[in-house]
Design a protein around this ligand. Structure first.
Ligand code: MN
Ligand code: MN
Length: 286
C-alpha cells in the first residue's frame, strides 16, 4: 500500500531534527491584495514537483534533518495575538535546539521570528531580500504591518544590523533611511559578499518572494516590476550561505497562490525553501 506523503518534500524529521519547518498562514495586514494565508499549503504541494537534489548547492535535501511541524493555528482578528502566538512557537522550537524555517504568510510574521532569534543571538543581523523597503514607521496609522516590518526589526536589532537586497520600491523617506544607514546593497553575489563581510555575528534570512520579477512570480500580494530571476537569486543565496556567518533562522513570505492559477509561483517559492533547507542542513550538520 502506497500512502501519499504530506508535508514538505520528503521532510520526515522528528523532534530531534536540527531544522524545523513551520507554516504561518497569516495575511491580516496585506495592503493591496490578500491570499498569503494559503502560501504554506501551496508550497508543500508544489514541493513534490521538485527533486531533492540541488544542482546549485551540490547536495540533496536530507529529509530526516527537517521536521515539518505543519501550520500554526492562529486566532483571527487580532494582529497582536497572532504575533504573540508566532513568538511562542518560535521559542518552543528554539528550546528544542532546532533552527526554524518559517513559511508565510505575509511579511509581518518575520517580526516575532526575528524578536525570538535576537533573544537567542543578541548580535544577530537581518538579511532581507525584498522588492520593497518595508521601512515605513506606520502604514495608514498602523505600526504593525507588512509595510513596516523591517523598520520594527531595526528597532530590535539596531539599524546597523539590517542588510537589504533587491529593494526597488519605497518612499523617498525609506530610500533616505537605507542610504543614511548603508543597509541597501546590490542584489548580486559580489554585493552580498561585500555587505556581509563588513559585519560580524549570526544571520537571520528573510525572503519576500516579490524580490523575484513578477514575470517569474506573479503570485504575490504586491508585485513590483524589475526583479530577480532564479539565477540571480541563487547566486545571492550562495553568497549568504558561503559568508562564514551562521544562519540561525529563515523565512519565505508573501507567496499568494490565488494570484497565480498556473502554480508556477508556488513552485518557485518551494524551490527557494528547498535551497534554504539544503543550505542550512549543511550548516546545522557542521
Ligand atoms: Mn516585504
Ligand atoms: Mn515585498
Amino acid at each position: 500500500m502506497n500512502i501519499a506523503p504530506r508535508g514538505f518534500l520528503e521532510c520526515t524529521g522528528g523532534p530531534g531534527a536540527p531544522l524545523a519547518l513551520l507554516g504561518v498562514p497569516f495575511d491580516g495586514t496585506c495592503s493591496y491584495r490578500p491570499g498569503a494565508r494559503f502560501g504554506p499549503a501551496a508550497v508543500r504541494d508544489a514541493s513534490w514537483s521538485l527533486e531533492t537534489y540541488s544542482p546549485d548547492l551540490g547536495a540533496d535535501l536530507d529529509g530526516p534533518a527537517v521536521a515539518d511541524l505543519g501550520d500554526l493555528e492562529l486566532p483571527p482578528g487580532s494582529t497582536e495575538r497572532v504575533l504573540a502566538a508566532v513568538a511562542d512557537a518560535a521559542r518552543e522550537v528554539a528550546g528544542r535546539g532546532q533552527r526554524l524555517v518559517a513559511l508565510g504568510g505575509e511579511h509581518l510574521v518575520t517580526l516575532p521570528l526575528v524578536r525570538v532569534a535576537a533573544e537567542q543571538h543578541p548580535d544577530l543581523t537581518l538579511v532581507a531580500f525584498d522588492a520593497h523597503a518595508d521601512l515605513r514607521d506606520a502604514y495608514l496609522g498602523e505600526p504593525l504591518s507588512h509595510a513596516t516590518v523591517i523598520r520594527r526589526c531595526a528597532e530590535i536589532l539596531g539599524p546597523g544590523r539590517i542588510r537589504q537586497f533587491g529593494v526597488r520600491s519605497g518612499t523617498r523617506e525609506e530610500f533616505a533611511w537605507m542610504r543614511d544607514r548603508g543597509s541597501l546593497g546590490p542584489a548580486t553575489a559580489e554585493g552580498v559578499r561585500e555587505a556581509l563581510a563588513g559585519g560580524t555575528g549570526p544571520l537571520y534570512l528573510t525572503v519576500d518572494v516579490d524580490v523575484f520579477d513578477p514575470g517569474f512570480l506573479p503570485g504575490t500580494g504586491t508585485p513590483e516590476p524589475g526583479g530577480l530571476d532564479w539565477r540571480g537569486f541563487s547566486a545571492c543565496l550562495g553568497a549568504v550561505l558561503g559568508s562564514g556567518r551562521p544562519v540561525m533562522g529563515a523565512d519565505v513570505v508573501e507567496l499568494s497562490p490565488p494570484w497565480d492559477p498556473s502554480g508556477a509561483s508556488a513552485v518557485l517559492a518551494a524551490k527557494v525553501v528547498r535551497e534554504i533547507l539544503v543550505g542550512l542542513q549543511g550548516l546545522a550538520g557542521a
